[in-house]
Design a protein around this ligand. Structure first.
Ligand code: AMP
Length: 412
């Protein structure tokens, strides 16, 4: 029988890596708390309809990337490809924004998309999400962008750049859509096959195409700003003014439309890196029609999703700090076989006093224990009579001490 390996597009985050993930998640938790965002845990799977209606039937995610199956009760279930639709579903179901209240929520965890795996792109990947629900004004968009930038600053990412666009709303987008279709129809023979398919179904996505040929055509496409309604124009201006008041600079990219159909008005990305090697570490925007698409009453929202896998790769490339590698403070070494029972009791008592301690439980020799103790700050030698000696590895000083004295010394 062949050995079973992890499915394509998934991977294990091993102990030699996992501390980096904990560092990023802990930094996110602190930052979210400083911005008044509360943590929410939502299911890893939802009814397929939520994503089909919320993310959009014409999006790549819904068309070809979802992990969908029928459960034993005959329901169509989908592993979540993103978090926003689930957070919105939860806010509606639990009345989190009743009576004009707003909710600031964050969450992290795995997402699932059937994509072609490559560096930084997996079928199970992880996101940190922040969503601000119930606020129509651009103040919420400003807060969301401010929050993402603050998080990336705290993680030590360099050369952060905000890229902004407005994708309009249900009032002005149809007009723009028509202009785009008319324009692209004149260039039909030059578009790639994917873009040709998008022409009638979702022409805005053509703007997003990374192929050089389509890019050149898109560069001369009608400008969305000429089609925005007054409300969208005001919103975009308020957003830009607000970011400037906070001292942020930004770049406007009229081709930034992002892959999820639910965006209205603001779409943005945060890039980090040196010019030429830019990496989108987070993307987000406003989604004022998502609540209605999910069957609820009107509830505006704005949020971001930050790809954890990608952020960690960029942090590694930029030599960012991941905090201290967790290591036990003290290794309890049994001087001989007769001392092993005592060393286990001593280790138990140290841990009960919240001191990170390890003890050999494999019956290794004294020499092997000494080798393993290398990454600790202290060694505690135990003999068969229960006598203890504490050695500080950094200065080599070794003293006979009682357990209480050792606990006091290590707690300092
Ligand atoms: P999206 O949900 O598509 O707006 O993506 C938000 C962020 O999630 C992106 O900036 C990426 O960093 C990350 N992301 C999206 N898809 C994947 C994937 N398949 N593997 C790893 N990260 C991803």
């Amino acid at each position: 029988m062949s050995t079973i390996i992890a499915p394509r597009g998934t991977r294990d985050i091993l102990p030699c890596e996992s501390y980096k993930w904990s560092y990023v998640i802990n930094t996110a938790a602190e930052t979210m708390n400083d911005f008044g965002f509360n943590e929410i845990f939502i299911p890893l799977f939802e009814h397929t309809e939520l994503f089909a209606r919320g993310v959009g039937e014409t999006s790549d995610i819904v068309e070809k990337e979802m992990y969908t199956f029928t459960d034993r009760g005959g329901r169509s279930i989908t592993l979540r490809p993103e978090a926003t639709a689930g957070v919105m579903r939860s806010a509606l179901e639990n009345n989190l924004c009743a009576q004009g209240n707003f909710a600031k929520l964050w969450s992290y965890g795995p997402m699932f998309r059937y994509e072609r795996p490559q560096k930084g792109r997996y079928r199970q990947f992880y996101q940190i999400d922040a969503e601000c629900l119930g606020i129509q004004g651009a103040e919420a968009d400003i807060e969301i962008i401010d929050l993402s930038i603050e998080l990336f600053k705290r993680l030590g990412l360099k050369n952060l750049e905000i890229v902004l666009n407005s994708v309009g709303c249900e009032k002005c987008r149809p007009v723009y859509r028509e202009k785009l279709v008319n324009y692209f129809k004149q260039h039909e023979s030059e578009l790639c096959e994917t873009c040709l398919n998008r022409l009638d179904r979702n022409p805005l996505r053509i703007l997003d195409c990374k192929k050089e040929q389509c890019g050149k055509i898109s560069d001369n496409a009608p400008d969305i700003y000429d089609s925005l309604c007054d409300e969208c124009k005001d919103h975009f201006k308020n957003l830009r003014d607000g970011l400037e008041r906070l001292g942020f600079t930004y770049k406007i990219n009229k081709r930034l439309v992002r892959g999820l159909d639910y965006y209205t008005k603001t779409a943005f990305e945060i890039l980090s890196g040196d010019l030429g090697a830019q990496n989108a570490v987070c993307g987000g925007g406003r989604y004022d029609n998502l609540a209605e698409a999910a069957g609820g009453s009107h509830l505006p929202g704005v949020g971001f999703a930050c790809g954890l896998d990608r952020v960690i790769i960029v942090m590694e490339e930029q030599g960012c700090n991941f905090g201290e590698i967790p290591a036990p403070k003290i290794y309890v070494v049994a001087r001989d076989d007769e001392a092993r029972a005592n060393s286990q009791i001593i280790t138990h008592k140290l841990r009960a006093n919240k001191i990170a301690a390890v003890n050999d439980i494999s019956g290794r020799s004294f020499k092997a224990q000494m080798k393993a103790a290398n990454n600790c700050k202290y060694i505690c030698f135990v003999n068969a009579a229960g006598e203890l000696e504490l050695k500080n590895i950094s200065d080599g000083v070794q003293k006979n001490l009682s357990l209480d004295e050792i606990i006091e010394c290590l707690k300092k």
